[in-house]
Ligand binder design. Structure first.
Ligand code: UDP
Ligand code: MG
Length: 306
């Protein structure tokens, strides 16, 4: 019998735990050839999430839990999950039922056909603002360019073979980007499509600010394009400066030098602006390198069930 592990990151999801579990029971009643292990990763919840999971475990020992000492973020939760499961394959999905569990059946059958990574692709992006949509499209274009795979509409909902989770678990980096790393490791990949459901209960943990931080962190993690842009902008500045220099020289020779104060101020401002932006971008990369060099763990496990 196959064993499917489910990794479910939870941050203050007390009202979603039991409905989620019920859904999973329903799904696996339709896959009699597979057993499951349900690994909740409690990401430092301050509500009743942990005790709800503990109650479920008392009834059903297939329910397990790793609980962090504080909130370390969803990425850390996903990696803690895949490092601690024992199944032949692992499905990663959200606790709020936005990733429809009914899809597990299709993912499982694709895995049985020999696919090692089954990516859940969002058919629609659910409820999002226009600006958010524009921003995510830009972000994913850059990341797609970096991993050389089209990542538009990709999500954290996916099935990974044991071979894949073993490789992912070995990665030593702290600033992980699960969604892109599952492409990066390679293996035989296919996709399934789904509609993002509305959140079952509670609120999304993402604010615009935290999404911006997430995007910048992951861009740095996967792309050197911003550093290349700096060099290109630098070259353009030098070329413009050369052009202006030559023009000034010609004017001087023709004895018709223009009164150049505004031009100088303009150029100075552009130059300083460019330098500051470049320094900022380099700073972000250095901060991330610093983060990696410190070698602090990505998460700390406080309690365990099962
Ligand atoms: N989550 C987490 N740690 C966090 C934030 C979120 O483990 O710091 C979990 C959350 O409980 C949920 C999943 O990650 O199961 C997706 O979070 P959310 O629904 O807030 O994000 P959205 O669906 O709005 O992108
Ligand atoms: Mg959600």
């Amino acid at each position: 019998m196959d064993k499917v592990s489910l990794v479910v990151p939870c941050f203050n999801e007390q009202d979603n735990i039991v409905p989620f579990y019920d859904e999973i029971l329903k799904v696996f009643s339709e896959i009699p050839e597979a057993a499951f292990e349900l690994m909740f990763v409690d990401d430092g919840s301050s509500d009743e999430t942990f005790s709800r999971i503990a109650e479920l475990h008392d009834k059903d020992d297939r329910v397990k839990c790793i609980s962090f000492s504080r909130n370390f973020g969803k990425e850390a939760a996903l990696f803690a999950g895949i490092r601690n499961v024992t199944g032949d394959c692992t499905v990663v999905l959200d606790a709020d039922l936005q990733h429809p569990p009914a899809l597990i059946k299709e993912m499982y059958s694709l895995w049985k056909q020999g696919f090692q990574v089954v990516e859940g692709i969002k058919q629609s992006r659910g409820k999002e603002s226009k600006i958010h949509g524009l921003f995510t499209r830009l972000f994913y274009r850059m990341i797609s360019h970096a991993v050389k795979i089209d990542m538009a509409n990709s999500s954290d909902y996916k099935l990974l073979d044991k071979a894949v989770t073993t490789e992912l678990a070995k990665l030593g980096e702290r600033n992980t980007f699960f969604r892109a790393l599952s492409f990066w490791v390679g293996f035989k990949t296919t996709s399934v499509y789904y509609e993002v459901a509305d959140r079952a209960s509670g609120r999304s943990k993402w604010s615009t600010k935290s999404l911006m931080k997430y995007a910048i962190k992951n861009m740095v993690c996967f792309s050197y394009t911003p550093l290349h842009i700096i060099s290109i902008v630098g070259i353009i500045f030098v070329l413009v400066a050369l052009g202006i220099g030559i023009d000034a020289l010609c004017s001087y020779i023709r004895n018709s030098a223009a009164s150049g104060f505004p031009t100088i101020v303009f150029l100075l401002l552009i130059g300083f602006g460019g330098c500051l932006i470049s320094l900022g971008i380099i700073g972000i990369y250095i901060a991330q390198i610093y983060d990696e060099v410190k070698k602090r763990p990505q998460y700390i496990i406080g309690r365990r069930i099962g």
